[in-house]
Design a protein around this ligand. Structure first.
Ligand SMILES: Nc1ncnc2c1ncn2[C@@H]1O[C@H](COP(=O)(O)OP(=O)(O)O)[C@@H](O)[C@H]1O
Ligand SMILES: O=c1ccn([C@@H]2O[C@H](COP(=O)(O)O)[C@@H](O)[C@H]2O)c(=O)[nH]1
Length: 425
């Protein structure tokens, strides 16, 4: 392995850091592995560069609060927003996860416990969670069990920092400290009788209740608390969605607004030669696979190749063409096109300085025509773009995702690009 490459296991470990959303296994390594062929300096600089990339993340996450009565369709609306924001990393935090959990005494008299009162939530912990996520740190969110009314003692959901944080719950607008953390507040407004019907079905099917206890709890606690706390907090909403998840128009408008706020399109407006390759769940699925510390080397190479192929194909689509005529086996003339320039591939580890050096080294005598950004790794790449030298002759540069900077890329893929460069550390 050359001085400039980094062991795959380490690259993947570093890449599983806090710039990813979603679940993360507890107890993952966060320090470099002890046995490795790369120099300690290399290993240290990769580790610190990831931490740095996080601290330097230019924008704070966009925090959306979604409130509404029980069974109004909050979760459904959140799922629809997440689906439509597929090209951004989004995490969903449920206020329910911050239920305090009942003491033995309270459990004995569970029918007298008011789960709809603000005091039943640990709001300090909820605030701490959102503040940490906003500042780019990950957070161990508790797991609450609606059947036992307890939190799991030995497990939690490790939520990582993301572009968008959605906080959902009946009382997320009640406390001013929580409201102040939000950039957008949505209230899902559904008729009480529809909500009650849904709640009866959901609580008997999913939460282990019988109809009588659901109705009793509804009359004693749920409805009064809705009138006292949930409904009055509706006035804080920026957007009210009647009919919840059925309201596709409202959800489309909200998603459009979030896209604008995240400034994805502005990047392309400011830098006309930047092209962002839209992410899809399929692409993110492959990124997830290659970053998994348990992936086999064979699968790592297989999925890396598939990802690189997407970038290469996209890059080829940006090359200029000239007309070319060929003679077919039946002796007719076919007028087609031929590339008139070549691609230059650059694989970069996500670090401001080393990326710049990589580009400078790679692009000596080359003018950068188009820059392709693969969304999964675009933070570092936006950074480097702003520092690019512009005194170089004409060629196209293709930036591959940093985690793919290994020597395992297949020859077939390597053959698609004119020149490649590997930079580690
Ligand atoms: N538009 C809808 N039509 C029919 N059922 C729905 C609709 N929206 C939600 N539901 C169902 O109602 C129940 C509660 O919805 P959910 O989105 O979990 O509400 P909340 O998060 O506000 O409690 C779920 O069982 C869900 O499948
Ligand atoms: O142990 C518990 C905790 C909560 N509840 C009820 O849940 C709803 C809130 O959840 P939604 O998904 O927003 O409906 C709240 O009205 C509580 O009454 C519970 O029954 N048991």
């Amino acid at each position: 392995m050359s001085e400039e490459t980094i062991p795959i296991d380490y690259v993947m470990e570093a890449a599983s850091g806090p710039h990813f959303s979603g679940l993360r296994l507890d107890g993952r390594l966060s320090s470099p592995p002890s046995s490795s062929t790369s120099s300690p300096a290399h290993r240290y600089s990769v580790s610190s560069s990831f931490a740095q990339a996080d601290a330097n993340t230019p924008k704070q996450p966009f925090v959306i609060g979604v409130s509404g009565g029980t069974a109004s369709g909050k979760t459904t609306v959140c799922d629809m927003i997440i689906q439509q924001l597929h090209d951004h990393r989004v995490v969903l935090v449920n206020q329910d996860s911050f239920y305090r959990g009942l003491t033995a005494e309270e459990l004995e008299r569970v029918h007298e416990y008011n789960f709809d009162h603000p005091d039943s939530f640990d709001t300090e912990q909820l605030v701490d969670c959102i503040e940490k996520l906003k500042s780019g740190q990950s957070y161990p969110v508790p797991i609450y069990d609606f059947k036992t009314h307890q939190r799991c003692v030995d497990s939690f959901r490790q939520v990582n920092a993301s572009n968008v944080i959605i906080l959902e719950g009946i009382l997320v607008f009640h406390d001013q400290r929580v409201r102040n953390l939000m950039n957008m507040k949505i209230f899902v407004d559904t008729e009480p009788d529809v909500r009650l019907a849904r709640r009866i079905r959901r609580d008997t099917v999913e939460r282990g209740r019988d109809i009588n206890s659901v109705l009793e709890q509804y009359a004693k606690f749920v409805k009064p608390a809705f009138d006292d706390f949930v409904l009055p907090s509706k006035k804080y909403a920026d957007v009210i969605i009647p009919r919840g998840g059925e309201n596709h128009v409202a959800i489309d408008l909200i998603v459009q607004h979030i896209h604008t706020k995240l400034g994805q399109h502005d990047l392309c407006k400011i830098y006309p030669n930047v092209t962002v390759i839209q992410s899809t769940f399929q692409i993110r699925g492959m990124h997830t696979l290659i970053r998994d510390q348990d992936i086999s080397k064979h699968n790592f190479v297989f999925y890396s190749d598939r990802l690189i192929r997407l970038v290469v194909e996209h890059g080829l689509g940006h090359l200029p063409f000239t007309e070319k005529q060929v003679v077919t086996p039946t002796a007719s003339v076919y007028t087609g096109v031929d590339f008139c320039k070549k691609l230059c591939g650059v694989s970069i580890i996500r670090s401001g300085e080393s990326m710049e050096n990589a580009l400078r080294a790679c692009c000596k005598g080359i003018k950068i025509g188009k820059i392709l950004i693969h969304r999964e790794g675009d933070n570092g790449m936006q950074l480097i773009y702003q520092k690019l030298p512009n005194d170089i002759s004409e060629r196209h540069v293709l930036l591959l995702d940093p985690v793919l900077a290994t020597e395992n890329t297949s020859n077939e893929i390597r053959g698609s690009v004119d020149c490649s460069y590997k930079q580690g550390g």
